[in-house]
Design a protein around this ligand. Sequence first.
Ligand SMILES: [Zn+2]
Length: 380
Amino acid sequence: MRAVVCQHANLAVQDVPDPELHPGQVRLEVVRCGICGSDLHGRTGMDEWADLGARAGYDRLGRSNEPIVFGHEFSGRVAEHGPKCRRDVAEGMPAVAFPLLRSAAGVDAVGLSRHAPGAYAEQLVVQEALMLPVPNGLEPEVAALTEPMAVAWHAVRRSEIGRRDLAIVIGCGPIGLGVILMLKAKGVRTVVASDFSPGRRALATRCGADVVVDPAQASPYTAVTKRAHVHDVSALLELAVGTSEKLRRLPVGEWQAWRLADAVGAGPKQPVVFECVGVPGMIDSIIDSAPAFSRVVVVGVCVGTDRITPAMAINKEIDLRFVIGYTPLEFRDTLHMLAEGKVDPRPLITGTVGLDGVAGAFEALADPEAHAKILIDPRA
Ligand SMILES: [Zn+2]
C-alpha cells in the first residue's frame, strides 16, 4: 500500500507492506486523516519527544532516524478483522478508533511510533477494543475530527468551568477553535477568544466565540468587564478591607455573614483561561495579565523548557492546570456529540489533499491566515 513516511525530517510517499494483523486488531481502510500540530512538530522534533517520553517512563515513541507514518486523527471503514476479534462492527462499516495499539512488547501511540504506523496511508491497524462504529451517517470528514475534538472536550472537562464563568481562549489554532466549540456545546455563556491572525479570529467567530480580540489592539482579559473579577493587587487588597467594612454594617454577626458568603461561593469570580498556543513565554504572559484567582488550563504543548515567575502567580493566586489527551469515554462522547450535531467542527476544515499533497500541506499549515485543519484523503 501507499503511505507517507517521515524519516530524517523528510516526508515521502512510499510503497510499504500492508500492515500485519495481530489478535484483537482490525485493519481499517483510511477514508480521512487530519494533519495535527503534533505531526508538524514531530517532523523535526521526534527525538525531543522520545527523550521526554523516556524521562516519563515510556520508551516506545519513534525517533527521527526511524521510518514513521504519522496520522492519529482518522476515520475509515473496517476492511478485515484479525484473529480473536468480537466482530461487533462488520466489514465495510465506518469506524474511528482511540489511537493506541497493543503489542506483546507494550502499548504504542498510533502515528508516533514505528511499531504503530498511522493513517497517512491507505490502511492502518487499530485495536478492536478501542474502535467505535461511526453513528448516524456522520460524514467521514467530521468523524476524522473526533480525536482533536476529544482533546478539546477533555480540556473543557478538566477546567471544571461553569456556564456562568467567563472563558478566555488564548490562541485560535485547531485546538483553541476546538475548545471554543466545546465550551459553547457545554453552554458556557461568554467565551472570549484572542489571536493575532485575522483569519483565525474569523474562524473563532464562526466557532461561536462571543467576543473576539486582537491582542495587539486590546487585552482579552478586560474585553468583558461587567464580571466581579479582581484585576490587580490593589483591587485585591481593597476587596479584603471593603468586604470587612460592608459586613460590619450588617445587623447579623460579621464573621457569621462571611462564613455564610463563603459557603455559597460568593467570593470573587474565577475566569478560566485556556492557553492554546504552546510557545515559550505564554504561561508567564498569562500569569502577568490575567485577573487574580484565574484558573489557567494549559492545552498548548510547549515542548522545550519555559520560565515562569512563581511570585507573580502567588500574588494573584493563579491556579495552573495542565491537560493532555482524553479518556476512552471522552473520545466516545465526542464522537456522539459530533454525530448528534451538538457540535459542528466543519469551520476548522480548510483543505483536503491526497498522499502526494502532504508535504505541501505541512508547508501551507505554517500560514495561519490560510489554514486551520487540512485533511488527507488517501485515495484523492
Ligand atoms: Zn493530534
